[in-house]
Design a protein around this ligand. Structure first.
Ligand SMILES: [Zn+2]
Ligand SMILES: [Zn+2]
Length: 324
């Protein structure tokens, strides 16, 4: 089944972590973490509408300036999500520049700080010289974005500081049964996207769809659509190896098609992992196995393993593939 989004890491495992997700049909993309993103071309950066930051350590956040610079002249609103203190960090980053001649620029930044139970929003507009405009706070129950086509969820984890783990999940795929379409003598046309949208929204069966001037009830057309479960991808970086984190991550990433996970240290260096609040590759493998994910992609390795005989990737995959 053809997925509606394509995902890939921006850099190799020894460089800053960032995951780029292109949403087909929407001319739009998402980014998980903004480490060094200089490998992304301008066009790809300008497609970004939503950026999800796990935490604001420099290797996950230094790319914010690149994003900001590229988006200054962009009409599209740019939304940035992160742990609760991201509001202060973005305010601080913006405060590091002089903004006296940018009133004409269209950029509207909307920033969302998330903790266990609440989500706080602030706006920063170029037209207002990026002064902070607080938009209040609302309850947070795990869903960051509930889009027409997908959901993004987040869970608060610990990395000494607060760190968010994310999943991106398509609601479901709808494909049109071409054979059934021609059997009924119905033409291909724009009404097919309307049909898909109505099914996605759970519209009433008696909703009317116009096909070349003739009215059809939704109930009469539903059997042309083949519905399958959408894909789920997860992204978890920089978390301490506590059982509390492990349990929360398993709950979040359960059943993912692809799980992107940090594996900063190998098990032999687990004391370092505890000290530095990172997972080990073996633990990443165990989490992926217990969560029943289909594919595990580990990244964000300590530079000490560059050229090493045993890589975090080998260790993680060995553990992942063990029979439980
Ligand atoms: Zn990191
Ligand atoms: Zn970190």
């Amino acid at each position: 089944m053809k997925p509606t989004f394509h995902h890939s890491l921006v850099n190799g495992p020894f460089k800053d972590p960032s995951l780029y997700v292109r949403l087909f049909w929407q001319r739009r993309a998402l980014l998980f973490d903004a480490g060094d993103i200089s490998a992304l071309d301008q066009k790809s950066i300008l497609k970004l509408s939503d950026v999800f930051i796990t935490h604001t350590h420099i290797d996950h956040f230094i790319g914010f300036d690149t994003l900001l610079r590229a988006h200054l002249g962009n009409e599209r609103q740019l939304r940035v999500y992160g742990p609760m203190d991201i509001l202060e960090h973005i305010e601080g980053k913006l405060g590091g520049y002089s903004w006296n001649v940018i009133e004409q620029y269209p950029l509207k930044l909307e920033v969302f700080g998330i903790d266990e139970n609440s989500i706080k929003q602030a706006s920063f507009y170029a037209s207002e010289a990026f002064r902070r405009i607080d938009r209040g706070e609302r309850a947070f129950e795990g869903v960051v974005i509930d889009d027409e086509f997908f959901k993004v969820r987040a869970v608060s984890l610990r990395h000494d500081i607060q760190c968010l783990g994310y999943t991106l999940e398509e609601d479901f795929h709808i494909n049109i049964d071409k054979a059934a379409l021609s059997e009924r003598g119905l033409p291909v046309g724009k009404w097919l996207s309307q049909l898909k949208n109505l099914i996605r929204k759970g519209a009433q069966d008696d909703t009317i769809i116009d096909i070349e001037g003739r009215p059809y009830a939704l109930a009469d057309l539903k059997n042309l659509a083949m519905i399958t479960k959408g894909q789920k991808i997860s992204y978890v970086m920089d978390v301490e190896p506590s059982e509390d984190n492990v349990e929360k991550i398993i709950g979040l990433v359960k059943g993912s098609n692809t799980f992107y996970c940090e594996a900063y240290f190998i098990d032999e260096d687990r004391d370092r992992a505890f000290e530095r609040h990172h997972l080990t590759a073996r633990l990443a493998g165990r989490i992926a196995r217990e969560a029943g994910v289909r594919e595990l992609v580990v990244t964000h390795f300590s530079p000490k393993y560059l050229g090493a005989e045993r890589t975090p990737e080998q260790e993680a995959l060995e553990e992942f593939q063990k029979q439980s």
